[in-house]
Design a binder for this molecule. Structure first.
Ligand code: PXP
Length: 251
């Protein structure tokens, strides 16, 4: 089956640069508008508890001013739940969050935190927000996601991105197996974290993956090539990898 691969552009680090000086520039909402024109299918933003990059005002403006679906990444806390219910984004991706981490380290432990996560998934789902769970490519986590009633999981590609050689290939195999298991379980499969021009191809080629969420590399690379052409190149690499694998499957 041919499935289009969507690109969700994560604009958190435009806000990181803005916040380094405390002013208004660069504006992450402007980046989101530009991403939309460059071919993004969605905008992703992580409102962290410490507001180190995206702020509450950014979420208000993204909700009001951007036509693309907004994927709000959030920790499972009462404060974030109230914000999500107020803005009603297209999707809410529940992520683990630690204050001291530099970025989201590891996936959500859906198995171990089931009782804690259940009411959050239920309230978001009841409000018509598509619930996604950011998890390691681990079949136990996928099965727990189904029991939780989440329609979507996002597979954490951070280990794949950081590893090299045989270890990376083994992690890629884990991602492939997890994506195939998502299909069997009826879960929509997304993936993201640490993806770059150099490593996106094999993940984009996994046929069950329907969305990639990419941020840090795009914003960093935009310094050299501009955001528009960086997003277009990422889109092209994703589409090429997907077209190649679909060609092989139909040959
Ligand atoms: N998906 C999730 C759930 C994330 O937490 C992040 C990082 O904020 C990303 C994707 C994007 O990762 P990166 O910025 O490394 O591309």
């Amino acid at each position: 089956m041919k499935r289009k691969l969507r690109l969700g552009v994560n604009i958190d680090h435009v806000a990181t640069i803005r916040n380094a000086r405390g002013g208004k520039d660069p504006d992450p909402v402007r980046a989101a508008c530009l991403a939309a024109r460059a071919g993004a299918d969605g905008i992703t933003a992580h409102l962290r508890e410490d507001r180190r990059h995206i702020t509450d005002d950014d979420i208000t403006r993204l909700s009001d001013e951007i036509d693309l679906p907004l994927n709000l990444e959030m920790a499972a806390t009462e404060e974030m739940l109230a914000i999500a219910l107020r803005h009603s984004p297209h999707a809410a991706c529940l992520v683990p969050e630690k204050r001291e981490e530099r970025t989201t380290e590891g996936g959500l432990d859906v198995v171990g935190s089931f009782a804690k996560l259940e009411p959050f998934a239920a309230k978001l789902g009841a409000a018509g927000i598509r619930v996604s769970l950011f998890v390691e490519p681990d079949p136990d986590q996928l099965e727990a996601a189904v029991r939780l009633g989440a329609p979507v999981v996002e597979l954490h590609t951070g280990s794949y991105a950081n590893l090299r050689g045989r270890l990376r290939n083994a992690e890629l195999d884990r991602l492939r197996a997890a994506a195939a298991r998502c299909d069997e379980l009826g879960l929509e499969c997304h993936a993201g974290h640490g993806l770059t021009f150099d490593n996106v191809g094999p993940v984009a080629a996994i046929p069950q993956v329907v969305e990639l969420n990419i941020g840090h590399f795009l914003v960093g690379e935009a310094i050299f090539g501009g955001l528009d052409s960086t997003i277009k190149r990422m889109r092209a690499l994703m589409d090429k990898a997907r077209a190649e694998v679909q060609g092989e499957q139909s040959a």
